[in-house]
Ligand binder design. Structure first.
Ligand SMILES: Nc1ncnc2c1ncn2[C@@H]1O[C@H](COP(=O)(O)OP(=O)(O)OP(=O)(O)O)[C@@H](O)[C@H]1O
Ligand SMILES: [Mg+2]
Length: 460
């Protein structure tokens, strides 16, 4: 558990750092609110312990910044004797609890343990909520040939226990296909447990996955059953696996190879009867090359890889999905919208949906809200975030000689390619040149010509 400690008085700060470190917390100590807010921008903390009255940004600002960064983070405020009102108003702003100075260190550690537990419960609840939604076969819309191939693959692999790796762009429906694998398998009456490997802080992830025994670490007041055990007899869905922490990757690999888990701080080996489905929108082979994903785990997971095609490759499906979502949102919002004008339908079919089904779904939802009659006259794809982030082209004025336009376009795209290559290679120009298929000299001169600044180059 890492704690952000904010206290302006150095003596108090040092004392608290000592006490907390002794209890096993990782402490980041700051002397004012400003510093704390900077840390909150870049780091994920499990708890915040802050003084209320400080010069400059005070504890209230820290509290707000912390809760903006993470709505579930417990913030404990410290207040001088006699300013209980401030503490009460901090509680109203969402503080977890307060403690009045001077206090007994034991009192403080007890309070922090309570906060740590609440943190764990919040993570656990989020996971359970995800699970509850996932029962039964999902409503998967689409009749295209591309989708038929995927359905066929799912049908074949479902009644085995083989690990399935779902890959595909964001918003293509990987989560729905994971549910389909489960619902089509002999395990369908067992649990389907979905864990988002990217959302859980690395330090919590191990106990989240494998559970822990009472007293395994500070704050482990009782035994905790991990997600793998909860999935016994069913399927565990490891979502966003490409973003998983490297240390945990090693632990996960061991569990998969041995087919059993041991709870953190426990000795008993628990055999697992769990089917694993993993998903990612990352290019895993590329992450393996970059050293961010273990190669052995990659091979272990990709027993049966299934690529979910992007929506633009599913002919006819956008229109079916649009009709499905119109009916759904009209019902949910109680609006008398029943379909699309011919023009809107043509737009749905012509657009390339860079954000895939999720983008289409959002677009239809927006259109239903905006519709004035019973049909949607036109859809506003330009407002889609998918358009901006994934498909924004350069703004090159076209009212000029062809050669100039071509030169601008060339420099725009070459700059983008070079930036990407430098990103991939961690700024190594020799390797970037190889990736780009040009000589080192050519790359250097282009970097100079296009003014690609070293500061704009990502560091590894
Ligand atoms: N074929 C489909 N039929 C109906 N709804 C779908 C279909 N595919 C996706 N959806 C819906 O689109 C949204 C995005 O799907 P999902 O969350 O499964 O995507 P994803 O591939 O996991 O994306 P990401 O990589 O961003 O996590 C969800 O609301 C899902 O219900
Ligand atoms: Mg997903």
């Amino acid at each position: 558990m890492n704690v952000l400690l904010v206290e302006d008085k150095s003596g108090m700060r040092d004392m608290l750092t000592r006490v907390l470190s002794r209890e096993g917390y990782e402490v980041t100590a700051c002397e004012d609110g400003r510093q704390a807010m900077d840390h909150l921008l870049g780091t994920r903390f499990d708890m915040v312990l802050t003084d209320l009255k400080m010069p400059g940004a005070d504890g209230f600002e820290v509290l707000r910044a912390a809760r903006a960064a993470d709505a579930e983070i417990p913030v404990v405020v410290m207040t001088a004797h006699g300013s209980i009102e401030a503490a009460v108003s901090a509680m109203r702003d969402g503080a977890f609890d307060f403690i009045t100075k001077p206090f007994d260190p034991d009192h403080l550690t007890l309070l922090l343990e309570k906060a740590a537990n609440s943190r764990r419960m919040a993570v656990e609840n989020r996971v359970l909520k995800r699970t509850a939604r996932h029962q039964g076969a999902p409503d998967l819309i689409g009749e295209s040939g591309a989708l038929a191939i995927v359905r066929e693959q799912v049908a074949r692999v479902a009644n085995t226990d083989t690990t399935v790796l779902l890959t595909g762009e964001s918003g293509t429906g990987k989560e729905l296909f994971a549910q389909l694998v489960h619902a089509s398998s002999p395990r369908k009456d067992g649990p389907f447990i979905a864990v988002n490997c990217a959302a859980v802080p690395a330090e919590l992830l191990e106990s989240e996955f494998f559970g822990h025994e009472k007293g395994a670490f500070t704050g482990a007041e009782g035994r905790r059953i991990g997600q793998f055990e909860l999935a016994q007899g069913g399927t565990i869905f490891l979502d966003e696996i490409g973003d998983m922490d490297l240390v945990l990757q090693a632990k996960l690999l061991r569990v998969l190879q041995e087919g059993c888990v041991t709870r953190v701080g426990g000795g008993t080996v628990i055999p697992l009867d769990v089917r694993v489905v993993a998903a990612t929108n990352q290019d895993l082979p590329q992450r393996v090359q970059q050293g961010r994903f273990r190669e052995d785990l990659y091979y272990r997971l990709s027993g049966f890889p299934i690529l979910i095609p992007p929506l633009r490759e599913r002919e006819g499906d956008p229109a079916l999905l649009a009709a499905h979502f119109v009916a759904r949102y009209a019902r949910e919002m109680g609006r008398p919208v029943s379909g699309f004008s011919a023009e809107a339908l043509a737009q749905v079919s012509a657009y390339d949906w860079p954000g895939n089904v999720r983008e289409l779904q959002n677009c239809v939802e927006r259109s239903v809200i905006l519709a004035t009659g019973d049909t949607i006259a036109q859809i506003d794809v330009a407002a889609s975030p998918g358009r901006v982030s994934q498909n924004s082209g350069p703004h090159i004025p076209l009212d000029r000689p062809l050669q100039e336009v071509a030169a601008d376009a060339q420099s725009h795209y070459e700059t983008a390619c070079i930036r990407r290559a430098l990103d991939l290679t961690g700024g190594n120009k020799t390797r970037a040149a190889e990736v780009l298929g040009v000589s080192y000299k050519t790359l250097l001169s282009k970097i100079k010509d296009y003014n690609i600044e070293p500061s704009a180059m990502p560091t590894p």
